[in-house]
Ligand binder design. Structure first.
Ligand code: ZN
Length: 297
């Protein structure tokens, strides 16, 4: 009887100890799990766009910080169409097309941040939707005060936008809307942008005497969209071989010339590593020449 009691006491002791170990073990797992969760959340330097939306008005294009750098898209359009008065006030608009890319865009954003410069990104829905990281990059662009524009969803894939070298207005607008929906899904339903960069540029539509342009223009006006081309390019997307930073920089200097307002076309899509490599030099050059940096809204 006594022996049995002793055994029972021992079993109780063992049970108690193992229960304690079990509780400690579970506790450790829960704590470490939460920690990793926090770590994962803290990894990207991104505040979810929805967090900033509350302080913004409806139909915003940039965040509060970004508001300080905006320039009216209609005025930019007038500059590009030689309809603006030349006031010798030097302004540079850095624009990046075809992003985001998970390879080049983070580098571009780091450089812009280091130099305290804001830019305008003309995004492709197709690239936004590649993965979670690419969507996070769109939020990062927004949260760091850059402006975001529409570059269509699929960038004239299979020449669907310009069959017979004429813009198919309904298909084009559908692609723009599809991209706008992607942007709203990532940045919140209150996000809106009225700036559009036509794949290949609006200027090539003019160049080819696109007979659908009157219909296209009317539709853009109705949808409150402003097409924004460029007057400077570094030619980082043209030609078969990749140009090095020195060549890109010399093209830029030549293209900028004596212009007081420069809308610069660059690309931050996959493979455009040299664009990121030359960007610090470009920014420094423009700063030295007295340009201030603005974004397009
Ligand atoms: Zn493009």
């Amino acid at each position: 009887m006594n022996k049995k009691k002793k055994i029972n006491k021992r079993t109780l002791k063992i049970n108690l100890i193992s229960s304690c170990i079990f509780i400690i073990l579970i506790g450790t797992i829960i704590i470490s799990k939460n920690f990793t969760k926090e770590e994962v959340n803290a990894e990207p330097v991104i505040v979810p766009a929805t967090a900033t939306v509350t302080t913004l008005s409806k139909n915003h294009t940039v965040n509060k910080e970004g508001e300080k750098y905006i320039y009216d898209a209609a005025k930019v359009s007038a500059i590009l169409n030689y309809k603006a008065k030349n006031d010798n006030h030097k302004i540079a608009f850095l624009t990046f097309d075809d992003g985001p890319s998970t390879t080049v865009t983070p580098q571009i954003l780091d450089i812009l941040k280091e130099n305290n410069v804001k830019a305008t990104f003309f995004l492709l829905g197709e690239n936004i939707e590649i993965n979670k990281k690419s969507k996070e990059l769109v939020k990062r662009e927004f949260n760091e005060g850059h402006a975001i524009g529409n570059h269509t969803y699929a960038h004239n894939r299979n020449n669907m936008l310009f069959p017979n070298n004429q813009v198919n207005v309904p298909i084009f607008m559908k692609d723009v809307k599809k991209n706008d929906d992607v942007l709203k899904n990532v940045l919140g339903q209150d996000f809106t942008t009225r700036i559009l960069r036509v794949p290949g540029g609006y200027m090539s539509r003019l160049y080819y005497n696109d007979s659908n342009l009157p219909e296209f223009d009317a539709k853009l006006k109705k949808e409150n969209l402003i097409s924004i081309d460029w007057n400077v390019e570094i030619k980082d997307a043209s030609g078969k071989r990749n140009k090095g930073p020195a060549e890109l920089f010399s093209i830029l200097k030549e293209e900028v010339g004596t212009k007081s307002k420069v809308i610069i076309l660059m690309h931050d899509t996959y493979g455009k590593v040299q664009t990121a490599n030359v960007l610090p030099q470009i920014i420094q050059y423009l700063k030295d020449q007295g340009y201030e940096f603005r974004t397009i809204k």
